[in-house]
Write a protein that binds this ligand. Structure first.
Ligand SMILES: *Cc1c(COP(=O)(O)O)cnc(C)c1O
Length: 354
């Protein structure tokens, strides 16, 4: 059986690598594009062709692995001995895993108390040196920039140019799977790197003749962290969707350009809308994504309600991270409904209302 190619090998011609680049891989990419069965009818657009790109099935459970395989491979090629990132959680999990595999030291700086449980667990077990700051992500990233100016440590946040180059491969995969580009892409926006990366990927597909048209890009910030929508940085961003709890997005300009060039939009959704979409996609489609990922679905619901989605449109929602990373939020929304009973048949029948 032929060995499965790594992401870098598969898309080598589109990536800044040479034959000498050592490839650090954990089997990232090639994630499923799953059609929705029930949501289109439920939302009142039964003929919409809706697909979920399940990025939570990457090796560390988020799309960050696509960029990290390239960032860590290039850091290794350049002779770097250590990497550092500020993180709302998933970047730290991914950086720690790939750095560990490459034998690099990894420092992760987290906003204290604002990182989902599973992500901290990952960073610990993959062996990163973890520091929490009493501040938000934006302050953590500023510190990381300052440290990296003084010491020979490679930053692996999405300001590292290789991150977005790796992440653009997800757009290519979507075009390969559909045999065309979607008409609309819905995607959460935090630091705004991923929407920028997808746009690069779709432009590349069109330029290389893989598809005839490009999708309209619709990105969604959380209402309490909607700097781009409001047009100014937010000093105290707040949202239940911790992966997009960012008040001053690093890829602000490129994301605005992606929305503009594609005739799309950067908009926001409330925590209430996010939690509704989070539960809906789990109940109806069997998909457990992170609250941040559900912002993409909340955004789709918002635009369907606004009458923006034509009947037979091809739509892709990018579900950026795995729901298992944030068990606290899942339990909080459903805990009340769990009955605890004495171990008798009568009690069980009562409890399940038979
Ligand atoms: C990082 C992340 C985002 C936000 O992506 P940006 O590139 O920062 O906009 C969204 N969802 C999840 C699960 C993430 O890990």
């Amino acid at each position: 059986m032929p060995e499965k190619l790594t992401l870098i090998e598969k898309y080598r011609e589109h990536l800044p690598v040479t034959d000498k680049t050592p490839i650090v891989s954990l089997g990232e990419g090639g994630t499923p594009l799953v059609p929705a069965e029930h949501l289109p009818a439920l939302l009142g657009v039964p003929k919409m062709r809706l697909f979920f790109k399940l990025e939570g099935l990457n090796p560390t459970g988020s799309f960050k692995d696509r960029g990290m395989t390239l960032a860590i491979s290039k850091a290794t090629e350049a002779g770097s001995r250590a990497v550092i990132c500020a993180s709302t959680g998933n970047t730290s999990a991914s950086a720690a895993a790939f750095a560990g595999k490459a034998g690099l030291k990894c420092y992760v700086i987290l906003p204290a108390g604002k990182v989902a449980l599973g992500k901290v667990a990952q960073a610990i077990l993959y062996g990163a040196k973890i520091v929490q700051v009493n501040g938000n992500f934006d302050q953590a990233l500023q510190l990381v920039r300052e440290v990296a100016e003084e010491y020979a440590i490679t930053i692996v946040n999405s300001i590292n140019p290789y991150r977005l180059e790796g992440q653009k491969t997800a757009a290519i995969e979507i075009v390969e799977k559909l045999g065309r580009a979607p008409d609309f892409v819905f995607i959460p926006v935090g630091n705004a790197g991923n929407i920028s990366a997808y746009w690069r990927g779709f432009k590349l597909c069109q330029d290389s003749g893989m598809c005839q048209h490009r999708p309209r890009m619709f990105g969604f910030e959380a209402e309490g962290a909607a700097a781009i929508v409001k047009g100014a940085p937010i000093s105290n961003p707040e949202t239940i969707a911790t992966a997009i709890r960012i008040g001053n997005p690093a890829s602000w300009q490129e994301a605005v350009k992606a929305a503009h060039e594609s005739n799309g939009q950067i908009d926001s959704v409330s925590d209430k809308e996010i939690l509704y979409a989070y539960q809906l996609v789990a109940h109806q489609e069997g998909i457990f994504c992170e609250p941040s990922s559900a912002a993409a679905i909340a955004g789709l619901i918002k635009k369907v309600k606004a009458g923006l989605i034509p009947e037979q449109a091809f739509v892709t929602c990018v579900l950026t991270g795995n729901g298992l990373k944030d068990p606290d939020t899942a339990i909080k929304v459903g805990e009340k409904e769990i009955a605890t009973i004495e171990p008798t048949l009568t009690k069980l029948k009562e409890a399940i209302e038979l």
